[in-house]
Design a protein around this ligand. Sequence first.
Ligand code: CMP
Length: 138
Amino acid sequence: PTNKTFTMIKPDAVKDGHSGSIIKMIEAAGFRIVALKKTQLTSERAGEFYAVHKERPFYNDLCQYMSSGAIIPMILEKENAVADFRTLIGATNPANADEGTIRKLFAISIEKNAIHGSDSDENAEIEGNFFFSHVEQF
Ligand code: CMP
């Protein structure tokens, strides 16, 4: 059975022109794009998206960074989507990311790490619905 994950290409990767390469890797790895758009968060909306990290020391910088430019959110579908997608993107800190992962190839730092991937089926659902209405998901 297939299930879904949520991702967004972050401002550094969009600005540096890596969106096409990243989407190519995602499709080559067998993910189907259920929803996709280019948009920009306000710092308030970034704060809402990352509310689970509110108490972390990096929260304010993260909200500032994530609202600094365009992002490309997507909902993806595949068997074992959440875990397989996290394997494809690599560790949060690109210094620890495996060779050939999206973060190894395109991330600049632990904050500017090119791409997001949901950490559970439940969060994938919540995060996807944060960006896309039901009629945009097919
Ligand atoms: P992601 O896992 O997509 O969502 C939380 C984000 O917070 C993470 O990517 C990084 O962009 C950022 N982040 C996590 N840990 C740190 C850290 N130690 N310092 C700065 N930013 C971080």
